[in-house]
Design a protein around this ligand. Structure first.
Ligand code: SF4
Length: 419
């Protein structure tokens, strides 16, 4: 989501005057720090980064802070770091040209509606198009700051989504990644009077785009994984067989306290359905360890789901209390040490499982879409089920889909040869 917001800002800036991207702080005329605030660490890092940029930048260069931390800290950022020239919230990306030349401008409204805004064209990777299908989130998970930084959920009209994907396909993309906080809840709120369209219907419409070969999406919500959606996922050949199913906790009572809206049983039932309909699919997840009130038994429930589902990828974190969230005020916070021990146990067990899963890949065949040149004459791409695969090769493979046989495995990636 943040990568796409950055692309939108670059596109908008380029409409006013041409910018070139640079990795060298000393060369930059404009430095934008696009922030996340889901966890505490990146927020703390923000102020030290501002200090580093301020020390090394040209005297005339401007610094802008954008994204979710900008949304929730607002003008406090300028009070704490006066070297910051402007602050732009995650839901105000289209206003970048309005703030870039105004000293200490702050635009952080979470009611701003960008759902029908047509951004200019800019892609970091021309082979893969990131496309927003909704903005904001209407849920109220008690640990999550996102509704306070990105505002209420609004769906982007289907015609705009189709238009944007078609444009990127015409420019060379064969793959699209659809983005939203809860993609499979798509269609509940349009700010225009568009005809009703849910996520399953949207996937069907998108898959008709000629030249588009692969569709990915993130993140779906387990609560909205109805049979029609899972059948579309399994049987639509353009949909990549990789699905993110964010668990957060395996304990039904903790899920209730998190306000996730599903139980352990529902989650297991949906994963089982995915495995039945589509045995080749990989499943990834998010897990929070040490949520307030998490008992040993609650944590064992999470471990139980880990064993049963066998996730290929797990994004696991120790709970950190966030401002504007209900859970931050719960009086049964877990001690950091106990939470860290549980996190280590979970991550170590997952690493064991992952090693076994990746070892089984040796000799397997994958269809790989190559999209990134790497040093030492190598090129990388993703298989249909989302595995990162490297082969020896050069530029002419970029944008190509080829059959690859796996010759070497590790937990993070696979090596192979084109056959
Ligand atoms: S669904 Fe929950 S976790 Fe996801 S963005 Fe919305 S509030 Fe946050």
């Amino acid at each position: 989501m943040n990568v796409r917001d950055s692309e939108h800002m670059i596109a908008q800036l380029n409409q006013k005057e041409p910018y070139e991207l640079t990795d060298k702080i000393e060369d930059a005329d404009l430095i934008i720090i696009n922030t996340c605030s889901v966890r505490e660490k990146p927020v703390a890092k923000l102020f030290s980064e501002i200090g580093v940029f301020n020390k090394h930048k040209k005297p005339s260069a401007k610094i802008g802070v954008t994204g979710c931390t900008a949304s929730h800290l607002g003008d406090e950022i300028i009070k704490r770091a006066p070297s910051v020239d402007f602050v732009l919230g995650a839901r105000n990306v289209s206003k970048i040209n309005e703030v870039v030349d105004k000293k200490h401008a702050v635009e952080v409204s979470i009611d701003h509606d960008e759902s029908t805004y047509e951004f200019g064209e800019y892609r970091t990777n021309p082979f893969k198009a990131l496309v927003n299908i909704s903005i904001g989130c209407n849920k109220s998970c008690t640990f999550c700051i996102v509704p306070a930084t990105r505002g209420e959920e609004i769906s982007i009209p289907p015609y705009l989504i189709i238009q944007e994907i078609t444009k990127s396909v015409d420019l060379g993309a064969k793959e699209v990644m659809l983005l939203g906080q809860n993609v499979n809840d798509y269609g509940k709120n349009f700010s225009t009077s568009d005809e009703p369209c849910d996520f399953t219907r949207l996937l069907q419409k998108i898959s008709k785009i000629e030249g588009l070969e692969r569709i990915r999406f993130t993140s779906p919500h387990p609560l909205h994984m109805d049979d029609a959606f899972l059948e579309e996922f399994a049987y639509n050949p353009k949909i990549c067989k990789q699905i993110h199913v964010p668990l957060q906790s395996g304990s039904t009572s903790l899920l209730k306290s998190m306000k996730r809206g599903y139980s352990k049983e529902w989650f297991l039932n949906r994963c089982e359905k995915i495995r039945t309909l589509c045995p080749e699919a990989t499943i990834s997840t998010d897990i929070i360890v040490g949520f307030p009130g998490e008992s040993d038994a609650d944590f064992e429930d999470t471990m139980d789901v880990l064993e049963k589902v066998k996730f290929e990828q797990v994004f696991s974190f120790r709970y950190s209390p966030r401002p504007h969230t209900k859970a931050a005020l719960f009086d049964n916070q877990i001690e950091a040490e106990a939470a860290s021990k549980r996190l280590t146990r979970l991550q170590e067990r997952h690493m064991e499982m992952l090693s076994e899963m990746m070892d089984r890949q040796l000799g397997k065949m994958h269809r790989v879409y190559f999209d990134e040149l790497k040093p030492e004459g190598r090129i990388s791409g993703r298989s249909d089920d989302g595995k990162l695969i490297f082969v020896k090769g050069s530029e002419e493979l970029l944008g190509q889909i080829r059959n690859v046989k796996i010759t070497h495995t590790s937990r993070a990636a696979l090596d192979g040869e084109i056959v």
